[in-house]
Every structure is written in structure tokens, then in C-alpha cells.
Write a protein that binds this ligand. Structure first.
Ligand SMILES: [Zn+2]
Length: 291
């Protein structure tokens, strides 16, 4: 069985074995602040089916999302650069769970494990590429296309049904809450999503992919190129409630036949995902006028 965090599951076996005793499965309640701007970073978290938003706050109080982390990586990103003082605030936007470890211990591991350091640097490069892509997206692409892209990104990470506050949606889009409601209702009217009191259910994923701007495929392509896996969370066996599994030894997955079989399955899934992504990008580049 795999952990469900693609970053952890993509690490070398010897790295996973060494990190396993340091990882603790934690519930991540919605709206929990994991790291505050300017404060010391205590933990680095590797989400499973949760979404952690990185936000920046302006002097007048307005906040805007500048990054999003799910199963594909970890949060906060500052640890990738050896920084234990958070520049941004990270907050749980879609609650579920994550494996977490002491941030200082993670930095120590980075210094002693070249493979882990290289994987961490690649994820930092992906995150930078995504941030610059979305900065351009926010300035150039219509809000409807950005909202479709964003719904797909969350769907990839947590599944087709999730709860989102209007405040979060407005932060992500950089628009007013009323505009979020208008866009969401418009998509619901044409059957792309169901939307009620902030709860979103994807109804027509193919239609959303058609509506989304090119940035969705571009960023997913960067993730696949740099990390070797896709953005869409693969089904994994549901972990027991965090309260029943305080220190989950990933090492157990690697020392039995079921664990080896699951690892092989993950590798095969990544290969299939890579092929799917290639077809998706080809369709996107060839079939969307002006893209
Ligand atoms: Zn865009």
C-alpha cells in the first residue's frame, strides 16, 4: 500500500524507510492555519486528500492565494529553501489529512540525502512554474476559464465533491464574492457542476476541461515532466482515522508483498498517466482556438 502522497511515494526506497518513523498522520481540519506569515515553521506536511492554500496578505488586509498544495507535494514550500520562517500564511482549505514531520528534521534530512534534496528542488521548480503561470493567468484569462481550471485542480486532488467557502473562491480568483456566486451559478446552469451553499460537485469533467484555460494542461505538464506523476490523485485504500494511527510506519508497506505490489501498481499508473497527459496536451494544443 502506498501513503497517498505522491511526493512521498515517489522517493527512493531508502529515503522512505528513513523518513517513515518521523512521519505522523494528522487530521487537517478546514481553515486550520498551519504556518503564519513571519512565524517559525514547526512542521512540514504532505497532504493526502486535503488542499493547503498559500496566501499572501496586503497591508489593507486583502488576501490572495498564491499557491496550492495537495497530494503532489508538501507545505510550506519555504522548507525547500532551508527557510523555517514562513513568508506566507498556509491554511487548510479542503480538510482531510496529511503526513507531517518536524520541519527542522526535514532540513537535516535534505542535507544528508542528495536524492531527497533533488526531489525537493524539483518540486520547488514545479511550484515556481505554477505560480508564474497562474500570475499570468490571473491577468489575462477570463474568470470563467480560471474558475473551471481551479475546480479541475481541486477535483484532481480531493475528488469530485468538496466544500469551498466563497471567501476562498474569491481569494483564488482575485475577485469579489458576488462574482464567484455568479460564475458558479452559471456553470451549474449549464450542467458542469452542482453548486449549493459552497458545496461543489463536478458533473461534467470533460466540459470543464473544455472550458478551462490552457494553464490547467500547462501546469499539469510541468508536474509530470518534473516529478514524474500526474496531478490527479489515484484511488488508494482509505487510511484509518488519524486518531487510530498516530505514527504510521510507511516502512511496513515496503517490507511485505502487498507493499511491493502496490508500489509496482503505482509505477504502472504513473506510466498510464503520462500517456494520458500526452494525449490531453496534444488535444489541447491542437483543438482549442487561440491556445
Ligand atoms: Zn489561465
Amino acid at each position: 500500500m502506498v501513503s497517498g502522497n505522491s511526493f512521498l511515494d515517489s522517493l527512493a526506497v531508502h529515503t522512505r524507510i528513513r523518513l517513515a518513523p518521523m512521519l505522523t498522520l494528522r487530521a487537517l481540519p478546514k481553515r486550520q492555519v498551519l504556518a503564519a506569515s513571519g512565524a517559525a515553521v514547526s512542521d512540514v506536511c504532505f497532504p493526502l486528500r486535503s488542499v493547503i492554500s498559500t496566501v499572501t496578505q496586503m497591508l489593507e488586509g486583502a488576501t490572495v492565494e498564491v499557491g496550492l498544495s495537495g497530494h503532489e507535494g508538501f507545505s510550506p514550500l519555504s522548507v525547500a529553501f532551508g527557510d523555517l520562517i514562513g513568508r506566507h500564511t498556509t491554511v487548510v482549505q479542503v480538510g482531510d489529512s496529511a503526513y507531517c514531520m518536524d520541519a527542522a528534521a526535514f532540513l537535516t534530512e535534505l542535507e544528508s540525502d542528495p536524492d531527497l534534496k533533488r526531489r525537493t528542488q524539483l518540486f520547488a521548480e514545479y511550484s515556481f512554474a505554477a505560480a508564474t503561470q497562474f500570475a499570468a493567468c490571473n491577468g489575462l484569462h477570463p474568470v470563467e476559464e480560471r474558475y473551471a481550471r481551479w475546480i479541475l485542480m481541486v477535483d484532481d486532488r480531493v475528488g469530485a465533491d468538496f466544500s469551498l467557502t466563497q471567501e476562498y473562491s474569491a481569494q483564488m480568483l482575485g475577485v469579489r464574492r458576488a462574482s464567484v456566486t455568479t460564475v458558479a451559478r452559471g456553470m451549474a446552469d449549464v450542467g458542469l457542476i452542482a453548486y449549493h451553499r459552497g458545496h461543489v460537485s463536478v458533473r461534467d469533467r470533460a466540459g470543464l476541461e473544455e472550458m478551462a484555460c490552457e494553464c490547467y494542461a500547462a501546469v499539469n505538464g510541468d508536474l509530470l515532466r518534473l516529478m514524474g506523476y500526474g496531478a490527479r490523485q489515484a484511488p488508494v485504500a482509505a487510511p484509518p482515522p488519524p486518531a487510530e494511527r498516530v505514527a504510521d510506519p510507511l516502512i511496513g508497506y515496503l517490507t511485505n508483498s502487498a507493499g511491493v505490489a502496490a508500489l509496482n501498481e503505482t509505477i504502472a499508473r504513473n506510466v498510464r498517466c503520462r500517456a494520458d497527459m500526452g494525449r490531453s496536451r496534444a488535444l489541447s494544443l491542437g483543438g482549442r482556438p487561440g491556445s
